[in-house]
Every structure is written in C-alpha cells, then in structure tokens.
Design a protein around this ligand. Sequence first.
Ligand SMILES: CC(C)(COP(=O)(O)OP(=O)(O)OC[C@H]1O[C@@H](n2cnc3c(N)ncnc32)[C@H](O)[C@@H]1OP(=O)(O)O)[C@@H](O)C(=O)NCCC(=O)NCCS
Length: 383
Amino acid sequence: MSEKNSITLEQNEVILGRGLRGTTVDSSSICHIEGDKGLLCYRGYSIEELAGKVNYEDVVHLLWYGELPSPTEREAFVTKMRASRMLPNEILALLKTIPTNANPMDAIRTSISMLGALEENTPPDSFNDEVNNERALKILANLPIIVAAFHRIRTDKPIPEIRHDLNEAAHFLYLLTGKVPNPNIISTLDLLYILQAEHSFNNSTFSSRVIISSKTDLYSAITAAIGSLKGPLHGGANQGIIPMLKDIGSVDNVAPWIHDKLAKKELIMGIGHPVYKTYDPRAMLLKNVLNEFSEELENDTWIKLSNAIQQIMLEEKNLYANIDFYSAPVYHSLGIPSDLFTPIFAIARTGGWIAHAFEQIKNKSIYRPKAKYVGAPSGKKVS
Ligand SMILES: CC(C)(COP(=O)(O)OP(=O)(O)OC[C@H]1O[C@@H](n2cnc3c(N)ncnc32)[C@H](O)[C@@H]1OP(=O)(O)O)[C@@H](O)C(=O)NCCC(=O)NCCS
C-alpha cells in the first residue's frame, strides 16, 4: 500500500488503508475479483463465460437471486420487469424543469429520488422482501426510460411510446433514438450492460450498502449510488475519454501529449484501476468489440489511438486500460453522446447495486466505522 493510502495508528487500533483501500469490510457472495489475475466472476461465472451466452436480464436475475433463470423463471422475471416500465407524469414534469444543459446524472439522481417520493402512502413497515422486489424492478425498469426521456426533452424531440416487446437494451435505444436499431447494435449495448452490471465493493455499490444498512428505502440507496457514480474518479471517468482522444488527434501526437500530462502530474482518463493491477478483463472484451466496429465502420482512428496510449502508459507507469477506456469509443461508435456514457453505466450497474442492497438487508447490521481523531485536544474554552 502506498504511503498516501496509509494511516499510522496507535497500539490496539486496527490499521485501515485511507479510503478503506485493501480493507475487507464484509463478506459477499455476489462478485469475485482477482485484481492481479484479471479475473471477474458474477456468482461463479466469469464474464467471458457470460458474454454472448446470456443477456442482461439473465445477469440481473443471477445477481439478485443467485442463479441464472430457468426458461420459466426467465419468462416470469422479464414479464414483471417489462410490466414495471412507466414514466409517471410527475417525473415527466420534473424532467421538463431541469435545465437542458444539466448533467444527465443530476437529472436521473433527482428522478429516482422523486420516484421514491411518489410512494407517499407506503406504510413504514414496508421494509420486506415483497416490497423491495417490486421497488427493485420499478427502479431497474424506469431508470433507462428516465435517461432517454431527459435526452429527448433536452434535444426537443417527442418521447416515443413505451413498449413491452423489446429487451432492456433494445428498448433503451428505441426510446433514445425513436427507432429499434439493428441486432448487432442491440447486442453490443447488452454486452456493455453485462460488463458494467457488477463490480463488488466499488464506491457506488459500497454507498448503496451503507445507505440501505440504516434500513432506509431502496430509492435512497440507489439515489446515493448514482451520486457516487457521477464522480470523475469513478463512473464519470468515461466522459473524459472522447475529449481526450479528440484532443490528441493523431497517433503521432500520443507520445508528446501523454508525456506532457505525466510531467504535469495529470491523470490520463481510463487508465489505472484501484483493483486490477494487470489487464481489466472487461476492457479486453470491449477492445475486441471496438476492433469489430473499426472494421465495420472502416475507421480505425479510435482503436489506433487507444492502443498507442495503452502502450505508452504500460511502458511509462506500468498501468493498464480500464473498462472506461474502451467503453467510451464503443458508445461513441454507437452514436451516443459523451454525457450519456455515465448514465448508461448507471442503468447497467443498477443490477449490481440492488443485488448488494438485497444482500446487505439480510446482514441486519448498520455500517458505523470509527475515525482516528487528529483535531485539537479536548478542553478548549470559548473566549
Ligand atoms: C482509478 C484510479 C483512481 C486508481 O487510483 P490508485 O489506486 O491510486 O492507482 P495506483 O495506486 O495504481 O497508482 C499508482 C501510481 O500511478 C499513478 N496513476 C494512477 N492512475 C493514473 C492515471 N490514470 N494517469 C496517470 N497516473 C496515474 C498514481 O498517481 C500513482 O502514482 P504515484 O505512485 O506517483 O503516486 C486512478 O488510476 C485514476 O484516477 N484513473 C483515472 C480515472 C479513471 O479512469 N477512473 C475509472 C476507474 S474504473
């Protein structure tokens, strides 16, 4: 652990890394990561095993209930999820009051909070599995609709009618663009959803666990998680990548550009990871997708720039690209604006946030760590 991440404590005190780095705070059976091996598994299935064999809805079932659904379970789960799709009038009215130049993450954070407020008649004893399951489906089904609706409103376009015959990825793209895209595009977004669905005790997931541990409602936990994901050191990193690639402009400019930033001690977005100290397996899968897109679009600018940046960062700092580094150019190739990358990450990660909230609820203990006090000695008097 580097010095900046450690705190010196006294005898009998437990030593924790700053920001809880390297600290095991609880057990979980949802996600297994081995950062030095580039391994990521959801409930025992590696992401390489899941990718291309199941879709996002199956993965959500796996994360929430521990198993991939049987065909009958799948049918029931998907039917319930699609039946939960709606855009309440109050949320629509709220979205229309949000400035069109607002960060879409602010729009969705506010809307999920509002979704909770609309349940004003829910009795206080509603903290039970049935209610939480219903809320989970409602949040999962509504978040993509809210993202798409905000985008349609700010671009002065009508919001398409909600449909119940499309999977989550297809339905979101249809709402966003007004038409159902081709199956290749749908399966690419579905893969992005799967790869971003879960990642153990990351900042936003940990936030959702901390919040729900006070036995508050699921809306509060997901609202907090969205706020966390917005940060540039977490989900917000993917917004900086396309501007960075555009700023670099050409492969010849990669080396001087990176050296200049490193000399100024600036961070290169999409590079490095708090857990992976080798390749990020999600980035590897997306790099292949970006390769395919480059061939299909006959434009290899992004992949060439990305590969050159990765190479230099490996040589100079021994750092690897993370998922954002490749997800951003893939989203860009799909025609999605940069400021929607993080909201789409939130749509996908809602699966993981809720799985952890469900697990935390069963733990029945409220998070309450200690801080080492380093302020003025007690006994000060008001003069
Ligand atoms: C993700 C991140 C917060 C992890 O931080 P971390 O755990 O402190 O990273 P490490 O401990 O591996 O850092 C090792 C060294 O590399 C540097 N480093 C890490 N990421 C870097 C980056 N993206 N650009 C330049 N230098 C970086 C650190 O400053 C540190 O340098 P030091 O030893 O001189 O202090 C960090 O890599 C980062 O900010 N990346 C860019 C933002 C991003 O892509 N976030 C998305 C994460 S999924």
